[in-house]
Structures are given as C-alpha cells and as structure tokens.
Design a protein around this ligand. Sequence first.
Ligand SMILES: *[C@@H]1O[C@H](CO)[C@@H](O)[C@H](O)[C@H]1NC(C)=O
Ligand SMILES: *[C@@H]1O[C@H](CO)[C@@H](O)[C@H](O)[C@H]1NC(C)=O
Length: 425
Amino acid sequence: MKNNKASRLLAAYLYLGATGVVAQQQTTWGQCGGIGYSGPTSCTSGTSCSTLNSYYAQCIPATGIITSTRTTLASTSATTTTSASRTTSATSIPPPSSGVRFAGINIAGFDFSCSTDGTCNVSGAYPPLKNYDGANNYPDGVGQMQHFVKDDGFNIFRLPVSWQYLVNANLGGTLDATNLGYYDQLVQGCLATGAYCIIDIHNYARWNGKIIGQGGPTNAQFVSLWTQIATKYASEPRIWFGTMNEPHDVNITTWAGTVQAVVTAIRNAGAASQYISLPGTDYQSAGQIISDGGAAALSIIKNPDGSTTNLIFDVHKYLDSDNSGTNSICVTDNVDSAFAPLATWLRTNKRQAILTETGGGNTPSCEQYMCQQIQYLNQNADVYMGYVGWAAGSFDPGYPLAETPVQASSGAWTDQPLVSMCLAR
Ligand SMILES: *[C@@H]1O[C@H](CO)[C@@H](O)[C@H](O)[C@H]1NC(C)=O
Ligand SMILES: *[C@@H]1O[C@H](CO)[C@@H](O)[C@H](O)[C@H]1NC(C)=O
C-alpha cells in the first residue's frame, strides 16, 4: 500500500462541514489525519489518533478501553480461538478446478504506522488479534480469515508486519520473543484455516529512511531477519516468504543482489521449497516491472541448486487514476496497460507472478473494473498464480479501500461489496 488517503471520507466530512454538523472530535475508527485530509484531527475520548502512514491516521481505542462496538465483536466471536501453541496440522485447502490457484485478502495491522520511507513505530502497530495485549478489543483477524475461507473460497492471506516490530526496533538483532509471539498467533491462525500465509515485511526496502544494501541497513542485517524467520517456519509448506513490500527508488540491480542474498539464506535455513516473492521497484507496480528493469534484474535470482523453482514475481496494482490505491473511484481494469504485457513476458520467460495488493472503493466503478481485472487473471492462470486484496484486518470498515467484513451480534459475517462481487469465488 503506497498510501491511502481517505478521499471518500474526506468528501463526507466536507459535506457535513458545509451543513455545520461535523463533529470537532473524530469518532472511534474514523480518520483523524493524513496528507490532504482536513477533517477533525482530535479523537473522541478513550481513543487516540494513530498514524498508519503519511496519508492516513485513524482514531484507535486506547489499550484496555473497550468500546461498545468492539465489546460486541469480541464477545460474539468468542468461539474463534487463537493460540500460539496451535499446531498447523490443518489440511491444505484443495486447489480450485479452474482459475488462479490462490485468492485472498491482506490481513493488515502489524504494519500500521509504517511510512514509505521505512519508518515504523513499534507501538503504532495495531495487531488484528482480538485478544492482543490482553485487551480483548482488537479486530479479529483470525475470525476474518476463518470466515473468508469458509464463505468466500479464499485460500491465501498476506500478513503484513514491520521489520521493526519483529525485532523490537533492534536493527540486526534477534527476533523479539514477545512481539514474534503475537505475530505468530496471526500466522498460526492463518495456517490453521488450511490457507497459504504470506509473511510480508512491510518496509519499502528500508529501515527508518535508509535503503537496505544501498546506504542503509546491510544485506547481512536483512538476511539475519529472514534467516530467523525461515528457521522458525522451515517445516511449514504453506508459509510464503514475502521478502519485502513495495521497494521504490532503489537501484534495481543492487536490490536484486539483496533479494538473491535473502533467497539463499531462506533456502539454507531449511525452507527448501516454499514460495518466495521477488518484489521489484516502483512499489512493485505490475505496469512498470518490465520497463523499469525489475523483471530482467530479478529473473537472474536463483535457488542454491541453480533453479528458479517457486521464486515468484510479486506485483501490486491498484485501479485508480494514479495507481496509488488512495481513491475510491476506479478508472481502469489494468489489462492492456499491465497484466497483458506482463503475461506475455512471463510466458516467454517461463515464469509466474502473484498480485499481492489490489483494491478499490466499494463503488460501481471499482466493482466493474475489479471484476474485469480478476476475470483476466483467472483466464491467464498459467502465469498468474493469484491475487490478494488490500485490505482487511485492522482496517475500519469505513476505510475507503476496506475489504474488512463486518460481524453481526449473531456471529454472521457480511462482506464488503467489492469482496463478494469480485474477489470471492
Ligand atoms: C509511536 O506510537 C505511539 C502510540 O501510537 C505514540 O504514542 C508515539 O508518540 C509514537 N512515536 C513516534 C515517534 O511517533
Ligand atoms: C546501480 O548499481 C550498479 C552496481 O551494482 C551500478 O553499476 C549502476 O551504475 C547503478 N545504477 C544506477 C542507475 O545508479
């Protein structure tokens, strides 16, 4: 996610402002800041304004304070259990008979507060674990995944997390047992559904403003992170190693060398055959990966045995006018500009790609174009392995690109229109 300015919410606030009805304090889960935002910036009592990225901040309940909405959510979803000790003996979900192999949603929250310069505030994370920190009022990401598998036919989830969170801001250090324990609850909750689970380090190829292997953290520090993660999950065939979210403004040749070092480290840690993402520059734009040299640079990355088995190009694409994923209006299905030329390149080079971020508003234009985009991917499933929508997890259902399902007091989940119309199968 490059940025996610809430233009639709903004329009609503401006309208309310004109009628004089707008509240001076933002309500729980509402937007309270971000570039281009001009609504209320202070939050209602018991919540605080938490920055997700430079374009979006939202009012989040303080730890321990249970809002009426979330009390209902937590108490009615008490049947979904999460345990760090849960083993992943769940049977893998059988592949679909046609179309792409994988379909699913990002379960965001552990990445909240990360900016595109790789600055992530550990305490700004907002984990989608309903019992996080014992507070019992967080969004139920595990319950969402169980619903998505059961009701929507999904079989993959991407679990964004910041590098800083996993090592508790200690660059090059060991994984923090407490923080990893929390993140692992989400991972285990995902694995227990039978789905594939992408571990996504949501750092834009950076740590606190500096590029990995290009003036910032050393490749060895980044390799240390991945060696530890791969060691932990080496025996889980459904873990997908999502090396890095949205590199940008990097030297792509040098970056490919960094990714090669990570691939070698993951394989040597014992994760011999799982899928590994190859993310290019330009925020992984599917429309630019050929022209910006990413496809060529990443194509030479090899496993230790010299093969490219299960090394998958990982791309993103939004459908709004500037491919930013910030607008709730869509203008393209991306077929002619991105997915058709990339399909040709992948076929020619005998490679495959996965789309790990795509999304739009719950609006007629996005419903039309998203359904067309997904149909194209399904028709080209020889080169496209799947798609993962942005985003559910800790995103408020009022977020313009929300794919967050809403749970009724009966326990039943209702999907956002874009999910039920286009992403579900
Ligand atoms: C980090 O996040 C916490 C909790 O939202 C906040 O209190 C703190 O000011 C943030 N720190 C920085 C440096 O932004
Ligand atoms: C990228 O780095 C390589 C060395 O890895 C160097 O040869 C090349 O000139 C750099 N490209 C740019 C555009 O700076």
